[in-house]
Design a protein around this ligand. Structure first.
Ligand SMILES: Nc1ncnc2c1ncn2[C@@H]1O[C@H](COP(=O)(O)OP(=O)(O)OP(=O)(O)O)[C@@H](O)[C@H]1O
Ligand SMILES: O=P(O)(O)O[C@@H]1[C@H](O)[C@H](O)[C@@H](OP(=O)(O)O)[C@H](OP(=O)(O)O)[C@H]1O
Length: 656
């Protein structure tokens, strides 16, 4: 180490003995940014202001404005971590605005500060340095804690920071005092003490290695996302889920534990580390975390990771069909039928219920359809995918299967998993079933055949994905899922009801709807705490009818009539949401569930068109009292104008 001027000290590059944790701790934001990578590639030499401990990567002018450095506000905020993609953009803008305001309020910087301000690294490093200084000052006031001792001795040496005399002298004094006190304490021998220190040091090193591994993983993920060359293959969906769920677990931990401390950071970061190393004692982990003063490193790491991840999750459908894109878009593998539908829908009244179509894109030699990301702007979205219609296979699939019966072992396996008795003896012997056989069976064991839709999957706030709804069939079973999915929040249910009604109105005037057989299409329910919306997705099996032939969509299907039962599904959904609302209101009012329906949205009754959809054979599963309600005395549904934007819940405080 050599001094290059009276007030700036040259710090050597990351020497052999220097711990990586120190680098990360010191570097603050930079590891998440491109600049950080560049700097990492440099030799690592820095200049540190002796007075204010500010760091520069280039040789700066003499520093004169120590106080100005000290009073500079921190720009680091926790808020982006808790935001979804759109909101995090907003938050970063807010932060920028705040930073600019703070810059304006700051006294004119001296030459050295100007020099550092031109270097974006300096800010983040400065924050790190300031934070450490803050910590040291705190220690000076409160006495050196047990946890800080081992680390301080080591890190001072490793950093090679000699001339921070006043602070380190004070610390040394405190350390000595503390050691003396420890020595005096009965039952704590020197050997024992030494062993403890060695153990602490071992724990610390282990923790550092874990972070390195975790950080390397995050960095890898970031690169993959940014290049967008990776198309999710088999298994990738699972990875995505794990990442999403890991992140949410961490955030949940942060939130859960923040209330127990005035500083949510300290506590939460200690807790959140759990995802990286299972099986350690909580107390030991806390101690280790405090000791290595790692929370800042960890928090920074989380910020990069969350900032770069969208809340996107593929709930249902074929694996490998999607990849994420920049700017609130998802890319769905090109399918000519779906592409044609989306193009047509962009000029249909249904446009406001369909993700925006942005044309095509190419990735890794594959074509993709660019779609609006329907989860963009939602924080911790809760999602439900309902596959609409009374059947999920096309008539032409049936015909093909007849002409060329092809046994599918994968479908046989899926069938046996749900019900070992489902395949016939012959199918068991063959170890395979045809696709239409499987699809028909699948429709009949779920609510597809009876209610005109089925639940494919649900994600909840903590990121867990539930897909085991294959045997969710009856009205009551589906109502239970709805109550679980909405957590009985009446404002969410009301928003969904309103959106379903609006969709019903739009379908009436949609030319597209009348002229297409819609098979395997889903309604995607999405909400967070304050917004709820429903979207039509998946048109890969939506086939145009011959010119002049229109479908009714509320008739039972008989082979040849091509009816899909879409409106039967919609009617069921409306009924189910109403039922869920009724139960929610009943619970709110502390009434028995069998009490009268609590009216909502004024006086309401189900649309006669939908009622006729329900008077079909498929409705054996509907409770008779629900049908009675719908036939006149029940609630009057007042359709609201269709709206593209999210239905914003009026009542943001959830009812119990
Ligand atoms: N525009 C979108 N924005 C956000 N999420 C979407 C979007 N489109 C699809 N998804 C997600 O992807 C999942 C599957 O979508 P989709 O049904 O279009 O795929 P698929 O592979 O065609 O399905 P299937 O196998 O049923 O035909 C949905 O459940 C939803 O979670
Ligand atoms: O939900 P499950 O029980 O997993 O069954 C799948 C589901 O019915 C899909 O809709 C279907 O894709 P299509 O809608 O595109 O026909 C897929 O057929 P596939 O395996 O032939 O793709 C089935 O395996």
């Amino acid at each position: 180490m050599e001094a290059t001027s009276s007030s700036w000290v040259l710090r050597e590059g990351w020497g052999k003995g220097e711990r990586k944790s120190n680098r990360r701790e010191n570097d603050g934001e930079e590891y998440g940014e491109e600049g950080g990578k560049r700097r990492e590639e440099q030799d690592g030499s820095t200049f540190m202001c002796d007075g204010c401990e500010k760091v520069s990567w280039s040789h700066p002018a003499p520093c004169t404005e120590v106080e100005a450095h000290r009073t500079r506000p921190k720009l680091c905020s926790m808020r982006p971590v808790f935001s979804s993609r759109k909101q995090s953009v907003l938050s970063s803008r807010e932060l920028e605005t705040q930073a600019r305001a703070q810059e304006a309020a700051k006294p004119e910087p001296g030459p050295a500060e100007k020099c550092l301000d031109q270097n974006p690294v300096a800010d983040s490093r400065e924050e790190g340095e300031e934070d450490r200084r803050g910590d040291r000052e705190k220690e000076g006031k409160e006495g050196i804690s047990e946890e800080s001792e081992g680390e301080e001795g080591e890190s001072e040496k490793d950093r090679g920071v000699g001339p921070r005399r006043s602070v380190s002298k004070m610390r040394d004094k405190e350390k000595e005092k503390w050691k003396a006190r420890r020595r005096e304490r009965p039952g704590v021998g020197v050997e024992e003490e030494g062993e403890r220190e060695r153990e602490r040091s071992r724990q610390c090193s282990r923790r550092v290695r874990e972070w390195d591994r975790a950080l390397a993983g995050q960095e890898e993920l970031r690169r993959e996302r940014e290049t967008e060359t990776v198309v999710w293959g088999v298994g990738a969906e699972g990875d995505m889920e794990r990442q999403g769920s890991m992140r949410r677990t961490i955030l949940t931990h942060m939130l859960m534990h923040s209330s127990s401390s005035s500083s949510s950071f300290n506590c939460s970061s200690a807790e959140s580390d759990e995802v990286f190393s299972e099986g350690e004692e909580m107390a030991t982990r806390r101690q280790t975390m405090r000791k290595s003063r790692s929370w800042k490193t960890f928090l920074t790491m989380m910020q990069w990771s969350v900032r770069r991840q969208s809340s996107w999750v593929q709930l249902a459908g074929h694996r490998g069909n999607f990849c994420l894109s920049e700017g609130g878009e998802v890319l769905k593998r090109f399918n000519a039928v779906e592409n044609a539908c989306l193009q047509a829908l962009m000029s249909d009244p249904l446009r406001q219920f369909v993700p925006q179509y942005h044309g095509l894109a190419s990735r890794g030699g594959e074509s993709y359809i660019r779609l609006e990301d329907l989860l963009s702007g939602l924080s911790c979205p809760v999602i439900m995918d309902c596959k609409m219609g009374v059947r999920t296979y096309l008539e032409e699939e049936l015909m093909k299967a007849r002409l060329n019966p092809c046994l599918r072992n994968d479908m046989y396996q899926k069938m046996v998993k749900v019900d070992p008795m489902a395949p016939s003896a012959e199918e068991h012997a063959q170890g395979g079933v045809t696709k239409p056989r499987y699809m028909h069976w699948r429709d009949s064991v779920s609510s597809t055949s009876t209610l005109g839709f089925r639940i494919e999957g649900v994600t909840v706030e903590d990121g867990s994905v539930l897909r085991d709804f294959k045997k969710t069939r009856t009205f009551d079973q589906v109502t239970d899922v709805l109550l679980f999915f909405t957590k009985r929040q009446s404002h969410i249910l009301e928003a969904y009801l309103s959106r379903l009604q609006a969709l019903n109105e739009a379908l009436k005037v949609s030319e597209f709807f009348q002229s297409h057989e819609i098979i395997g299409s889903s309604l995607l329910f999405v909400h967070d705490r304050s917004k709820a919306n429903i979207w039509m997705i998946d048109f890969a099996k939506t086939i145009p009818m011959p010119p002049g032939i229109c479908l009714k969509h509320n008739m039972p299907w008989v082979e040849g009539n091509r009816e899909d039962g879409y409106l039967i599904g919609l009617a069921s959904l409306i009924l189910l949401v109403m039922e869920a609302l009724r139960l929610t209101h009943a619970q709110d009012a502390d009434l028995q569930p069998e009490s009268q329906v609590v009216p909502h949205h004024g006086e309401a009754t189900l649309d006669p068109g939908l009622l006729s959809a329900m008077s079909t054979d498929g409705f054996g599963a509907l409770p008779s009292d629900s049908m009675a309600e719908l036939s006149g005395n029940g609630p009057q549904l007042t359709p609201e104008p269709a709206q593209r934007a999210s239905v914003v819940c009026q009542n943001s405080s959830p009812r119990k």
